[in-house]
Write a protein that binds this ligand. Structure first.
Ligand code: SF4
Length: 291
């Protein structure tokens, strides 16, 4: 599917790290190399945020991207400051919560790669790289070098291509994502799949088996438990209409997500996790802080 009018406009980064608020419990900072996200998922909560209200330039969510040029240099200065204050080892950084660090602009701008190179020199206690893009494989060399300080978190919300095309038409295919996770594991990178939000899937067994073929850490979440508003944020998106038109079950139901989570628990024990709390516990377990 082609995208409508888009905006790609460079901005000078004024800073790199942002201290986290309540939503990302267990993390000290977030890092967003871009403002905006070309994947433009229909359920994305960033589309209701102040970031979107401030930067959209009259365009829909998904149709603008501002690369934050110079962000790696800012990051270097900020990590040096954390190091001087003896706070680098306890820093837990999430890259990224309101953009995808491996969207297409990264091919040209390489801001994420530059940030990773800075982290390689000054590793924080934990760095979570959150993406759904196969482009991440370009940087597996640096990710592998970060060892137990890094968790690569890949979003795969369904095993049904028709569902992906309907709800996230500009995102990479499910097969591409599964292949990338498989490659990451082969390179020894701590990798986790997040089924978040859990979208309609074929069957628990078929989807669960596909996930466990590539990964042994999985977090499952639903719209209601994962949107930060008990489902209210999702209700303001296109999701209710899209579900109704597609004849899918009520988007508020958590049954399918819980069934998948239960199935995974029986096979991988506490490497299966539920929602935000489970996500934080899993991320911490990579660095050996939680067993
Ligand atoms: S990839 Fe993430 S940040 Fe980008 S639109 Fe989708 S949910 Fe939002």
């Amino acid at each position: 599917m082609t995208k409508p009018e888009t905006l790609l406009h460079e901005r000078s980064a004024r800073s790199a790290l942002t201290k986290t608020g309540g939503f990302l419990k267990g993390f000290s900072h977030t890092l967003q190399p871009y403002i905006g996200c070309r994947f433009g998922c229909t359920y994305c909560y960033v589309s209701q945020s102040n970031v979107h209200r401030f930067y959209n330039g009259g365009l829909e969510w998904g149709n603008y991207v501002y690369p934050k040029v110079g962000i790696a240099e800012k990051l270097e200065q900020e990590l040096e400051r954390l190091h001087r204050r003896d706070a680098l080892d306890s820093a837990a950084i999430f890259m990224s919560s309101s953009t995808d660090p491996y969207q297409s602009a990264e091919r040209t701008y390489r801001l994420t790669r530059r940030c990773l190179s800075v982290f390689q020199e000054m590793p924080p206690g934990l760095l979570v790289v959150q993406t759904r893009a196969p482009l991440a494989s370009r940087d597996f060399d640096i990710m592998a070098a970060l060892g137990q300080r890094l968790l690569l978190n890949f979003t795969i919300e369904t095993d049904r291509e028709d569902v992906r095309r309907n709800l996230t038409p500009h995102c990479p295919s499910i097969q591409q994502r599964l292949n990338t996770v498989r490659q990451a594991r082969k390179r020894g990178i701590a990798t986790q799949v997040t089924v978040s939000p859990c979208l309609p899937y074929s069957s628990v067994e078929a989807f669960g088996k596909q996930l466990l073929e590539v990964c042994d850490r999985v977090v499952v979440d639903s719209y209601v438990s994962g949107d930060g508003g008990g489902g209210k944020r999702t209700a303001r998106t296109e999701i209710p209409g899209l579900y109704a038109r597609s004849g899918w079950e009520d988007w508020r139901s958590q049954e399918a997500a819980l069934a998948l989570y239960d199935w995974l628990c029986k096979r991988i024990g506490n490497r299966a996790a539920w929602s935000k709390e489970g996500f934080t516990r899993q991320a911490r377990s990579v660095t050996g802080e939680v067993r």
